[in-house]
Design a protein around this ligand. Structure first.
Ligand SMILES: [Mg+2]
Length: 174
């Protein structure tokens, strides 16, 4: 059975959307992913507003109620039938997130379980056939095939095969 590593933030969980909502609530603004992708100047303005909010990612509770990425639940369940699935999240950067992320997985992906959940720092020492991740740093030294999950912050990266959605992953791997 081939092994797939699946990242949580901005792959299974729409963490960027939670951050967008947080910034919009704080500044009474109306940023959307589409606007950020389309306009570099607005992207810069958004980053300036986000930076003073960034500390909130380290606060208790932040990672407990992240919205699901569209179609993630359905497609991961299908992949689970054909592949060995590990969830691999660089969660140790956010110590408060460990229990919250595990509870979140129990809510939406209860069949994966603790034996196939890896909370770590760097990911390059983990071996698998595929990794699905939104960050270039997690794909660069990976020995298998890296699939870059599309995100506002990785549009400029061209070195890896891009998947735009979970439906894309379904067509590619199933
Ligand atoms: Mg991620």
């Amino acid at each position: 059975m081939q092994r797939i590593l699946i990242d949580m933030d901005d792959v299974m969980a729409d963490t960027s959307q939670k951050i967008l909502n947080m910034v919009n609530d704080t500044y009474n603004s109306h940023y959307t992913k589409e606007i950020l992708i389309a306009d570099a100047q607005i992207r810069e303005e958004y980053q300036e507003k986000y930076q003073p909010q960034r500390h909130r990612l380290w606060e208790k509770g932040f990672f407990r109620d992240i919205p699901l990425m569209p179609d993630a639940q359905e497609v991961v369940a299908k992949l689970y039938e054909k592949y060995e699935i590990f969830v691999v999240s660089a969660a140790t950067e956010f110590p408060n997130s460990l229990a919250e992320k595990f509870e979140w997985l129990e809510d939406y992906f209860p069949y994966i379980g603790w034996t196939h959940t890896v909370f770590c720092g760097h990911k390059w020492m983990i071996r698998a056939d595929y990794i699905i991740d939104d960050h270039e740093k997690n794909l660069i030294n990976f020995q298998g095939k890296g699939l870059l999950f599309d995100a506002v912050h990785n549009k400029h990266i061209t070195d890896f095969q891009r998947v735009n959605s979970w439906k894309d992953i379904e067509s590619l791997l199933l």
